[in-house]
Each structure stands twice: as structure tokens, then as C-alpha cells.
Design a protein around this ligand. Structure first.
Ligand code: SPV
Ligand code: MG
Length: 431
């Protein structure tokens, strides 16, 4: 009896999947590989049911003889162990980033004469509808909110990209690249106070009020499913912060990060070049505790951001604050630095991790941008935030375009640097 192997990474079985399995059954004994959560989150949409549930679901399908777990996006291990006569897949992976996985499978099968059977992908109205419903489910607050905590336990380091609009949200949501044969994507979104303010032409001094910030969050949420970390600045008055925690939690935001500053907040990257005052430890602890007290789910996270290194108050001060904030209920610690060298960040993380192996650590490597995600994870860091790079790439591009048009009294010269208008009108799909 021949073996036909099908890897599935779906939460919802539709006609397209059933068709692939039916075709596989014509070729031999059907072994389904359920892609592990760790592999799935890099490759596809976030799972709404866990691996055990997916395995049970696949086992219940007619024509499926056995279900195994495929714990890597690449088929190497599975193919080497199983030596299937056929790998069966929809033909929709011939193009785009997934084609690298296809090429890898072709290479592996060639080694022993296995065959790739590609089934024309069913993409009818019903399949389209199921696909859309599945995506919309992920955008619901109860799914989105808990996803950050799920990611922290699933991946060595959660990668968050700055967004400040529906369009930048779509970039964080949809950008997928191939890296050494595997696919990769961002895990989460950071709604930066700097970039949200900049997009509105305002300075980053808590001038853009919470109603406006909520509007930005809503614009992003309308078109995305990935979890949101809000830059909550100082959190404002404790009496106001508790209301904002409730609102953010209800909307489906996963975490708010508040920084231990008081008075007129300026951007941290100014450091000591401007007057900035760090909050009293006890007052800031009260703010954290008050926020934790009012939240209704276990999903929502209040993360305390320590500004001691930014304000040159020393490592001991940073560590003292970290201990106090965790005791007050903080669900994570963000440690910030504007040095070019990551040494002080690593010293903080290594010391903190010796005392506390659990509390998530978050960093924003804007100035020390040479560090890799792997190095950060090696120092016990759980979330890396790319806090402003989308905005910083857009501003020079727009300034240069404006100058070119002014210089040439027409738009011809600049056109080759621009996205073709045929593409911009198709960038956003209609319902
Ligand atoms: C932001 O992105 O607004 C931040 C990070 O708070 S930083 O600009 O580095 O202070
Ligand atoms: Mg900020």
C-alpha cells in the first residue's frame, strides 16, 4: 500500500481540504501532518483551536488513516522518517513566499523517487466565505486580546512592528518573507505615541489625547487580526488610567505599556537633553495596581516601562524599580536605553532574569539596532518592538517626492520611484 502525505494547517475544514484528502486517498493510505502551533504562527494565520483539537478534527475526517504532528514548516524530518510515496498539496503554493517550501519538498522527494501530487485549489464562494469568517473570528476582541500572551509562550521572541493607521496595520498584518527556506512574519503591532503623534503633525508630549489614540487603534483593528501593544505614555492620572484600561481591554488590545515618568512627558530618545522627571516608585506602583484591579480578564497585560537608563539614574535604580513594579502587579517590564551599545540592556536583563525567570521583558532597540532577535532572546527578552521604522522610512520618501515635483514642475521624473497607480488602486480589496 502506498502512502500519501498531506500537511494541514487549518482550523476550519472546507471543501478545498476535503477535495485534497479525497484525491490523496486515491493514491494510497492517507497520513495527515498537523502543523504544530510554533510552526503555524510563522507560516499562516494564528490558530483559534490548539494542536490537540486540530489533530482530533483531522482524525475525524473520512479517508484520513493516521494523523501525525509536523513540528517544522519544512518537510525534511517528516519526509525522511515517513518516506511517503506522494506528498499531496493544493496547487496554490506554486507562487509567492510558499513556493520555497514547495521547492524544498520537490528536492526531498527526488532523493528517493517520491512524487508531488498537486491538486487544483478549490476557491469557490463557499471557501472564500469560510476563509473570511475565520479571519474575522481572529479579529474579535476575545481572540485578539489573549494572543500576545499565547505568543510569548509559543515563540522565542515576539516581533512587534509600529503601526499608526489602517494602511500601516495592513503592512504589519500581511508582510511575509522567505528566510532560509522558511516563512516569517510579524507577530504583533505597536501603536507608538511618537509615530501616532507624528502622523498627526503633533509633538510626542501626550498632546494627542486618548480619544484620538482610540480612533487610531480602531482604524488598525478594522483591517487586522494581530495583537496590539499600546504605548500608553505615562498612563496619565491614575483616576483616568483605570478607565482607559477598561476601554482598551474591551476593545481587544492585548497590552498597554506605561512609563515611569511624571509631569510633561518628552520622548525618551531625547534622554537628558530635555527636562524629564521620573515618577516616584510608590506612586507608579499605585498606578499599576489600580490598573490591574479594574481589568476583567486574565488576558490583558499592563507592562511597566523603566526610564532609569534613559535618565541616567543607574542600573541599581532600574533593577529596584523592576522588582517593585512586578510586586505591584506589572505583567511585564520594558527596559529602555538610547545608547548605541546594548551592554546596559543586556546587563539589566541578565541580572533581572537571575531573580525572575517568568516576567516578560520587552525592549525597543532603536539606537542599538545592530542586535539580532536571536541575541535578544538569548538574554531572556520576550518581545522586541520595532518602534518607528515604518514612519522613518515613509517621511524621507514623501519629502523627496514633494521636492522632485516642485523642481520639475511635473510628476514624470518621480514616477519611477512610485508604486504604479495600477497597483495602488488594487492594494486594498473590496468586500
Ligand atoms: C514610542 O515609539 O513612542 C516610544 C519608544 O515610546 S521611544 O520613541 O523610543 O521612546
Ligand atoms: Mg512613546
Amino acid at each position: 500500500m502506498k502512502t500519501a502525505y498531506v500537511c494541514l494547517c487549518t482550523d476550519v475544514i472546507h471543501e478545498g481540504h476535503l477535495n485534497i484528502i479525497r484525491e490523496a486517498a486515491k493514491l494510497g493510505r492517507v497520513v495527515v501532518g498537523a502543523l504544530s502551533d510554533e510552526a503555524l504562527i510563522r507560516y499562516n494565520r494564528f490558530p483559534t483551536i490548539n494542536l490537540d483539537e486540530r489533530v482530533k478534527m483531522y482524525e475525524s475526517l473520512e479517508d484520513v488513516d493516521e494523523v501525525i504532528v509536523q513540528d517544522d514548516m519544512l518537510y525534511d524530518k517528516v519526509i525522511k522518517e515517513l518516506h511517503p510515496d506522494y506528498v499531496v498539496h493544493g496547487d496554490n503554493w506554486k507562487e509567492g513566499a510558499e513556493s520555497s517550501l514547495r521547492n524544498n519538498v520537490i528536492g526531498l522527494l527526488k532523493e528517493y523517487g517520491g512524487e508531488l501530487a498537486e491538486i487544483p485549489y478549490t476557491y469557490n464562494e463557499e471557501v472564500r466565505k469560510i476563509d473570511k469568517l475565520y479571519k474575522e473570528r481572529l479579529a474579535m476582541p476575545e481572540y485578539r486580546r489573549k494572543r500576545l500572551r499565547q505568543l510569548i509562550s509559543l515563540t522565542p521572541i515576539v516581533k512587534a512592528l509600529e503601526v499608526h493607521s489602517g494602511l500601516t496595520g495592513l503592512i504589519a498584518e500581511n508582510t511575509v518573507v522567505e528566510n532560509n527556506g522558511r516563512l516569517d512574519q510579524f507577530d504583533a503591532m505597536w501603536i507608538s505615541s511618537l509615530c501616532d503623534s507624528t502622523a498627526k503633525g503633533k509633538p510626542d508630549i501626550e498632546l494627542v489625547d486618548m480619544s484620538s489614540r482610540l480612533r487610531t487603534i480602531d482604524d488598525v483593528m478594522e483591517v487586522t487580526t494581530k495583537p496590539i501593544i499600546l504605548d500608553g505614555d505615562t498612563g496619565g492620572l491614575t483616576e483616568h488610567f483605570v478607565y482607559n484600561v477598561r476601554t482598551l481591554e474591551r476593545m481587544g488590545v492585548s497590552a498597554v505599556i506605561i512609563e515611569d515618568k511624571t509631569g510633561l512627558k518628552k520622548n525618551s530618545l531625547f534622554g537628558t537633553e530635555v527636562v524629564q522627571q521620573q515618577a516616584d516608585i510608590a506612586d507608579f506602583c499605585d498606578k499599576i495596581s489600580a490598573g490591574k484591579k479594574v481589568q476583567l480578564t486574565d488576558d490583558f497585560m499592563i507592562i511597566a516601562r523603566i526610564e532609569s537608563l534613559i535618565l541616567e539614574r543607574g542600573m541599581e535604580d532600574a533593577l529596584t524599580r523592576a522588582r517593585a513594579y512586578v510586586k505591584a502587579g506589572a505583567d511585564g517590564i520594558m527596559i529602555h536605553s538610547r545608547k548605541k551599545d546594548p551592554a546596559e540592556i543586556y546587563e539589566f536583563c541578565d541580572t533581572f532574569r537571575k531573580e525572575d525567570s517568568e516576567t516578560p521583558i520587552i525592549v525597543v532597540p532603536t539606537s542599538y539596532n545592530q542586535v539580532t532577535e536571536e541575541e535578544l532572546a538569548g538574554h531572556g527578552i520576550n518581545i522586541v518592538i520595532y518602534a518607528n521604522q515604518l514612519t522613518r522610512s515613509a517621511v524621507p520618501a514623501m519629502q523627496s517626492t514633494a521636492k522632485e515635483i516642485l523642481k520639475n514642475h511635473r510628476a514624470l521624473e518621480v514616477d519611477e520611484k512610485l508604486m504604479p497607480f495600477k497597483d495602488i488602486i488594487r492594494l486594498i480589496d473590496e468586500l
